[in-house]
Design a protein around this ligand. Structure first.
Ligand SMILES: NC(=O)c1ccc[n+]([C@@H]2O[C@H](COP(=O)([O-])OP(=O)(O)OC[C@H]3O[C@@H](n4cnc5c(N)ncnc54)[C@H](O)[C@@H]3O)[C@@H](O)[C@H]2O)c1
Length: 260
């Protein structure tokens, strides 16, 4: 199964991993490249982006790095401009970056609220804002945002700003989808459930806590185990490809049935 997005250019924002194991972002960038896309790997960490590029090149794919902090919209504009300069088009925009800040209503600070919203929501807006004119000029494109099932329902983790920013991301996705449907620019959002990734492991501090947290997360899933970054990558590949050419504004839950 190769070539499902042959010759397309994909801009993956948050394409590294905060750990050694694959992340949602790095797995997606690698799968896009395996299926024929040229991938520009944007990340705040140049080494993290470079690791993904090395994995892509190891399987014969084409990719390059670009360092950007999505908290600064000028750096997002620069990433989109660099993609146009390097590859002349942008067919797929995959916005994967998302951060949490601990805190329920009483704990949340203005600073942490603003930082979470800047990265989870404003960054996604800025990336789409910069990419859409190029997509319109090309006759279409696919924007994929990465949200969370915590945008839909109660989560035992106290992440008020995260949950609300992801709910807003879902809504923005649907508005953008409707606005640009006449231009064949599609916009969809993936809502991962519990995914066994370095990002999830980083939510606790010690190795013992990690083992316990993994067991508890697996036990909460109806299939008896968490999803993997590859599960998110495969959903993204569908949304990136022509197989989903009539799909826009979709909130695609990838959670093994946990929200049912
Ligand atoms: N793992 C889960 O259980 C889970 C569940 C639901 C949703 N999600 C969502 O998945 C996405 C992230 O998953 P992941 O596994 O790829 O995580 P990750 O934390 O490994 O992030 C991927 C990359 O994003 C980069 N990054 C972080 N801050 C950045 C910034 N300011 N600018 C540019 N790059 C930055 C990191 O350096 C990293 O290389 C998030 O949107 C998250 O909300 C994850």
């Amino acid at each position: 199964m190769t070539g499902r997005i042959q010759d397309k250019v994909a801009l993956v924002i948050g394409a590294g991993s905060i750990g050694e194991a694959p992340s949602n972002g790095s797995a997606t960038a690698l799968l896009f490249a395996t299926e024929g896309a040229t991938v520009m790997c944007v990340d705040i960490s140049e080494p993290a982006a470079a690791r993904t590029v090395a994995q892509i090149e190891a399987v014969g794919g084409t990719a390059s790095t670009f360092r950007a902090d999505v908290a600064d919209t000028a750096q997002i504009d620069a990433a989109v401009a660099a993609c146009m300069e390097r590859y002349g088009r942008i067919d797929i925009l995959h916005y994967n970056v998302g951060i949490e800040a601990f805190g329920e209503l009483i704990d949340v600070t203005d600073e942490s609220w603003d930082r979470v919203f800047d990265i989870n929501l404003k960054g996604a807006m800025a990336a789409a804002r910069a990419a859409v004119p190029h997509m319109i000029a090309q006759g279409g494109g696919s924007i994929i945002n990465v949200s969370s099932i915590a945008s839909l329902r109660w989560s035992p983790m106290q992440f008020l700003s995260y949950n609300v920013s992801k709910a807003a991301l879902n809504r923005m996705t649907r508005v953008v989808a409707r606005q640009y449907a006449p231009h064949k620019v599609r916009c969809n959002v993936i809502l991962p459930g519990l995914i066994d990734s370095p990002h999830a492991a980083a939510l606790v501090k010690t190795e013992a806590e990690r083992i316990e947290a993994k067991k508890a997360r697996d036990a909460r899933c109806p299939m008896g185990h968490q999803g993997t970054p590859q599960d998110i990558a495969m959903a993204a590949l569908f949304l990136a490809s022509e197989e989903s050419r009539y799909v826009t504004g979709l909130e695609m839950v990838v959670d093994g049935g946990i929200t049912l």
